[in-house]
Ligand binder design. Structure first.
Ligand code: MOS
Length: 737
């Protein structure tokens, strides 16, 4: 694919402020729970208080007699729901389907009442008796990894014969997505059409799956998600509360609002599953990898098959003739896990990059040098060339910006006041993905333009990026462009996930814009029009005007005049884009980067802080460095949470996630944020799309926890192989300030 010949190239790569910023900061943006419809009633789930067993009886008499209560649904009286045969959903069992309970908090009834408080009070009054069995929520330790994901050579023999060996087990805990916006759905059934205002990262999938589960046609279901208070993957696919809102709205003929509590988020709306990863690295004395074994467990729920693909990046990351990646999926009595920012690669790169650091220490080699020494010249897992990989430059530029050459290599050697400093680094990667997309563009006689797509902006900048793409082909300024997103009535667009939305919509948006411009040019070249007699190929749109392509002195004619003179109010173009499967057959396409971290360990108070971060990302062309940097900074702060704070704890007797609130489940806040220096290499990946954009939403979290733990080791001599690091891991450290 050739590099872009954009009519107004300055619209790409400039740090525009978000065009949706003003409506957000002024409070005008309406999030899902902000929709209040006439006659609306409120739904409240009743959550199981056991994690394993069955419901013996449900007594709803008291609840039903309470003020305002409209209905109490349970498995005995719920209207039919079906399993979805297509589309994505991680908890496939429809809610209230039978009397079985497989995780603590599973919805066993659903109360609808006139107010939120009435629904809550009545939900508390539903009496459920259970036949309880003891749940198993213990972290799996048995190494049962029968499924092979990637293999080459003979990793076990090569490891056995390797002169230098690292053999270590790393684990990552259950983490729960804590978007500040709670999961919510407002369902409204009218004239055979169900409208769902739903806090989702994917309106099209939400519509397709919910329509199947309700037994409705997709033309009769509309899903709207204009603004999202973030999702991190927790809002990618439908969860039971949305289905219950839809069922109740259809049954009662009333709008139904459901906002689930923070506690419910911890059991019935997904989590990143527990992983246990056994890494074995074999190397020569001079630091060449001879084998990598990455054998991992991804904990699943009893019924569903979500797998955290920890080994996804391993085969392409480093050069080695012998490799084996395999996995197992032990089942526990927990809710269905789901994708959480950087699913797979984020826990996977914690383990791999920690093991690489351990190898560097064993070899007494600089960890950057170790990585440079094992840099592959092609993807040895897929046996394909890289489309664009500049990891070595990320490592070198990051080292330079961080001042790595000043690092004193010995453990505990660097001090500042009464603190010990630790410097660590790690590499990162995330695969490029694209999803089918359609975009519609209209240019209007009043000089404005619209660009429409049923993808959504989950806080990442999609509104702004789409306006930039339209501007890049027309020169129409951003403040004259209206962007419509997050509504299934618009041309179908991708989920906002997998760091794939931008790369997916680039080709569709440019193609739609070009077709709309072409339609305007056709009007301009008609008989008696300003460019009568010219070929359409001779014209271009720049600065909002149609002008001769090869004559920079032609001032051109405003599109508004052309349209007005033709009696036309607007011209339109539609563009499509595919999954990029052809490019992926020929190339290994992924984003790369490197993190450098300084931690400070204050032994007297057992305080560990991340003080300073330098991150360099090779993400292809960055369409907007301001929204782009914001993605990486956010991921880094989330990475501090992953390294030091986040962990969902289960009570082993009841199976309940016990720290299911923001006081006990700690996420990193501004107070935890270090000094962050993010920079991007600028290598457009034109194999992937013509502007060369790949994807940057998740890469910033990959490898970050490893960089922190590698810095912790440098400061304290303690190797943390179980996230998050705890005070008790470090208080016995030999290094004391
Ligand atoms: Mo991201 S986990 O694909 O929302």
């Amino acid at each position: 694919m050739a590099q872009a010949q954009l009519a107004n190239p300055e619209a790409i790569g400039s740090p525009y402020a978000r065009i949706d910023g003003p409506v957000k900061v002024s409070g005008a943006a309406r999030y899902t729970a902000d929709f209040n419809l006439p006659g609306m009633v409120y739904g409240m789930p009743v959550c199981a208080t056991i994690a394993h067993g069955r419901v013996v009886s449900i007594n709803t008499a008291r609840a039903q007699s309470m003020p305002g209560v409209r209905v109490v649904l349970h498995h005995g009286n719920r209207p039919p729901l079906y399993r979805a045969a297509g589309g994505s959903i991680d908890e496939r069992r429809p809610p209230l389907d039978d009397d079985q309970v497989r995780y603590y908090g599973q919805y066993v009834a659903f109360v609808v009442a006139d107010t939120y408080e009435q629904a809550q009070a009545a939900a508390n009054a539903v009496e459920v008796t259970y036949d309880a069995q003891s749940p198993d929520v213990s972290p799996p330790a048995e190494e049962d990894t029968p499924n092979t994901e990637s293999t080459r050579g003979d990793a076990a023999s090569a490891f056995a014969q390797a002169p230098v060996r690292i053999d270590a087990v790393y684990s990552t805990p259950v983490e729960t997505h804590n978007s500040i916006e709670l999961h919510a759905c407002v369902a409204h059934y009218d004239d055979d059409t169900l409208t769902l205002y739903d806090a989702t990262q994917g309106v099209v999938n939400q519509r397709d799956v919910i329509a199947q589960m309700l037994g409705m046609g997709i033309e009769n279901v509309r899903v709207i998600s204009h603004y999202l208070g973030s999702g991190f993957g927790g809002k990618l696919w439908p969860w039971p509360h949305s289905l219950l809102a839809a069922v109740a709205a259809r049954m009662l003929g009333l709008p139904v609002k459901v906002v689930i509590s923070r506690a419910m988020t911890f059991h019935s709306a997904g989590h990143r599953p527990y992983t246990r990863q056994h890494l074995r690295l074999g190397a020569t004395q001079d630091g060449r990898l001879v084998s990598i074994q990455h054998h991992y467990l991804s904990q699943a729920s009893i019924r569903d098959d979500y797998r955290e693909g920890c080994g996804e990046p391993t085969p392409r990351m480093y050069s080695t003739p012998n490799l084996s990646v395999c996995w197992g999926m032990p089942r526990r009595h927990v809710g269905a896990p789901t994708s959480m920012r950087g699913p797979g690669a984020v826990p996977g790169m914690y383990a791999l990059e920690s093991a690489m650091d351990e190898l560097a220490w064993a070899l007494k080699m600089d960890p950057i040098e170790l990585r440079l020494k094992n840099e592959p010249d092609h993807d040895e897992g897929k046996n394909l060339p890289f489309s664009s990989r500049h990891l070595h430059e990320c490592l070198e530029q990051g080292a330079e910006r961080f001042g790595w050459h000043r690092r004193q290599a010995e453990v505990g050697a660097m001090r500042q006041g009464d603190e010990v400093l630790g410097w660590g680094m790690a590499a990162c990667t995330w695969p490029a993905m694209r999803m089918p997309s359609e975009v519609r563009v209209t240019l209007h006689a009043d000089g404005t333009a619209r660009i429409l797509c049923a993808t959504q902006d989950i806080g990442t900048g999609t509104y702004t990026i789409l306006a930039q793409l339209l501007s890049a082909e027309t020169g129409i300024p951003l403040d004259r462009i209206e962007v419509g997103l997050g509504d299934t009535r618009l041309p179908p667009g991708p989920v906002s996930g997998g760091s794939a939305a931008t790369a997916s919509i680039v080709p569709a948006a440019l193609s739609a814009t070009r077709k709309a411009v072409r339609a305007a040019i056709k009007l301009a070249t008609k008989k008696d029009a300003p460019y009568a007699g010219k070929s359409a190929d001779d014209l271009v749109m720049r600065d909002g005007r149609l002008a001769l392509k090869h004559d920079q002195n032609d001032p051109g004619v405003p599109v508004t005049e052309i349209l007005t003179a033709s009696g036309v109010v607007s011209v339109a173009g539609e563009g499509q884009a595919d999954t990029g499967a052809d490019a992926k057959k020929k190339y290994s396409i992924a984003t790369y980067g490197a993190h450098f971290v300084e931690v400070a360990w204050h032994a007297a108070t057992a305080r560990l802080r991340v003080k300073r971060v330098v991150t360099v990302i090779d993400g292809g062309r960055i369409l907007n460095p301001r929204t782009g940097r914001n993605q990486i900074e956010g991921a880094i702060i989330m990475g501090i949470g992953m390294a030091m704070l986040e962990q969902t704890h289960y009570d082993h007797r009841s199976g309940a996630p016990v720290n299911s609130n923001l006081a006990d489940y700690l996420v990193a806040t501004h107070a935890d944020a270090p000094q962050i220096d993010v920079s991007f290499l600028d290598y457009p990946d034109v194999v992937w799309n013509e502007v060369g954009a790949r994807g940057i939403g998740e890469i910033g979290l990959a490898g970050f926890a490893a960089a922190v733990m590698n810095a912790v080791y440098h400061a304290t001599g303690v190797r943390v192989r179980e996230l998050p690091v705890k005070i008790e891991d470090l208080i016995g450290a030999a290094v004391q300030a």
